[in-house]
Design a protein around this ligand. Structure first.
Ligand SMILES: COc1ccc2nc(C(=O)O)sc2c1
Length: 238
């Protein structure tokens, strides 16, 4: 997969693209991520990317020209990207969308900033996406959240298929099970016996029960939703 990111703050992505699982996936060539500074697609000497809104009002709006120039330049060759725009009132990002996006050969993420992008930019956009109902200063962090969730689903990126297999829960939106590691007892708190038993079937059913219990407790609507879709097995419903 290739992802092109358009942003006025490219520096925000430096650590994200160098460290951890995502950094390794890029350095090993499993995925390609290119971050582009929208300013590099301006033509004036002050490299202006924003302007005051028509009709008045607070703040500034990202101009259409530099973004269109970037899009035209970056799509001259190769497959046309599926274009996302991060903005506060976009469609809510979730695991289902992450799975869908991970199947696209190429993505482009335009990061909102200031009061937003000129409305005409949306003629380039396939999906306007938000990561949640809270006020952020821009769309760069949401872009990183989206890339993290999507890129970890690309075969070979996680390395340990087990982690991905455990996601069969998260793919249904169920919350994860509790994790423990050595020591078996720490400050009087013991690891559940079942996890020390080496009995894989029992461990798996304990983990499933813990995941369902935690989901029912904290996000009952997810259970209801899965019930309605018939995505819970008979034993999971018991
Ligand atoms: C103006 O640019 C912004 C501002 C806030 C914001 N919040 C997002 C979100 O995904 O929640 S995307 C985004 C873009």
């Amino acid at each position: 997969m290739r992802i092109d990111v358009l942003t006025v703050l490219p520096g925000l992505f430096d650590c994200f693209l160098k460290e951890g699982v995502i950094g390794k996936a890029i350095s090993s060539g499993k995925v390609e991520v290119k971050v582009h500074n929208i300013r590099d697609f301006t033509t004036d000497k002050h490299r202006v990317v924003d302007d005051v809104p028509y009709g008045g009002g607070p703040g500034m709006v990202l101009k259409p020209e530099p973004i269109f120039r970037a899009y035209d330049e970056l799509t001259k060759e190769g497959e046309k990207p599926y274009v996302l725009l991060t903005e506060p009132w976009g469609e809510k990002f979730n695991q289902e969308m992450a799975v869908e996006l991970s199947k696209k050969p190429r993505l482009m993420i335009i990061c909102g900033r200031y009061e937003g992008v000129d409305e005409r930019v949306k003629s380039l956009v396939d999906r306007e996406v938000s990561i949640g109902d809270y006020v952020l200063t821009g769309g760069e962090l949401p872009a990183m959240v989206i890339m993290d969730a999507v890129l970890r689903l690309i075969p070979g990126v996680l390395g340990n298929l087990e982690s991905l297999r455990a996601d069969s829960f998260s793919d249904r939106g169920l919350l994860g099970y509790p994790n423990y590691t050595r020591p078996a007892e720490f400050r009087g708190m013991k690891v559940p016996e079942v996890l020390l038993s080496g009995h894989h079937k029992k461990i798996e059913s304990w983990r499933k029960e813990q995941s369902l219990r935690k989901t029912l407790e904290r996000r009952p609507e997810i259970i209801e939703n899965l019930k309605r879709k018939g995505l819970l097995t008979k034993e999971e419903l018991e």
